[in-house]
Design a protein around this ligand. Sequence first.
Ligand SMILES: Nc1ncnc2c1ncn2[C@@H]1O[C@H](COP(=O)(O)OP(=O)(O)O)[C@@H](O)[C@H]1O
Ligand SMILES: [Mg+2]
Length: 332
Amino acid sequence: MAAPTDTPTPVSLPANAVELRGLTKIYQPTGKAGPKHALKGIDLAIPRGSLFGLLGPNGAGKSTMINILAGLVNKTGGTATIWGHEVSEHPRRARASIGVVPQELNMDPFFTPREMLELQAGLYGVPKKERRTDELLEAVGLADKADAHARSLSGGMKRRLMVAKAMVHTPPVLILDEPTAGVDVELRRQLWEYVRTLNKSGTTVLLTTHYLQEAEELCDTIAIINHGQVVACEPKTTLLRRVDNKALCLTLERDLTAPPPSLEGYTVELPEPRRLVVRYQPSRQRAGAILSALAASGIGIVDVTTEESDLEDIFLQLTGGAHSDTGVIHAA
Ligand SMILES: Nc1ncnc2c1ncn2[C@@H]1O[C@H](COP(=O)(O)OP(=O)(O)O)[C@@H](O)[C@H]1O
Ligand SMILES: [Mg+2]
């Protein structure tokens, strides 16, 4: 994908599309609330070409970070560099290097998608003959809505229109803040597909999400932030290996006094005489093998449920059990 038209093409492309060093944000006190330390020294490098997921629960600081990159929030300290341009030193160049889809959809209901893209292209100084309005509308599946009023678009369509709007100046970096919040499953897939296509054609993508599944399906690298701090940042495959555990919870026919020897090699708990919890790694162990081992020991099973690690568990794992501000784990 070409570099944005209003930015001089760097002689050598930056290794990192986005680089944050010691980034801090303290929101000033409002009303009764005291100052809010939303970012506490974020160090993060987003490699050029990656599809990078920033994962964290509500309130973690994701939008604050994105809004600093977008030039909508002033940082308190540290540096934030986009495509080689620090946001405070070179705000115009930094802004020209990114397209941002904010978490809150704000659009004028009286414009049509075509008008909105044309207006945005104008704001970015994209010459008429270089505009890609039709191509963008086509790409986000809104060609047939090009001349409809924005107020007649569904939530998912609006979200996709915002993606198109963020891309009018062909920025090398696309940032999406919770792109699929409130978007139904089918449209979510469509949006993911488009994001993948953009990424394959060279756009670096940074997206925030609080859906583990979204980061898992889409991103090649994942950073987890919690309480304004990075608690993990590593390739997805490395991260997923850490959360590779599931539990089989069994209600038994009779009391046990100790875990059966046939389950050697698994992590087994016996919280009650008739309740057995067996933890296993789905990547290399099968639930069926556990059930067979129990059957072979003559232990009857009344009921079975499974527990999967979710985002919360991963946080607990990554912060060493303390869901607090302290646990920082660096990627091995
Ligand atoms: N304008 C603001 N003024 C004061 N506090 C804010 C403001 N915006 C966000 N915060 C607080 O900063 C923290 C991080 O918020 P945010 O960046 O929106 O997190 P996320 O996007 O991960 O949900 C939260 O505690 C939030 O309440
Ligand atoms: Mg947010």
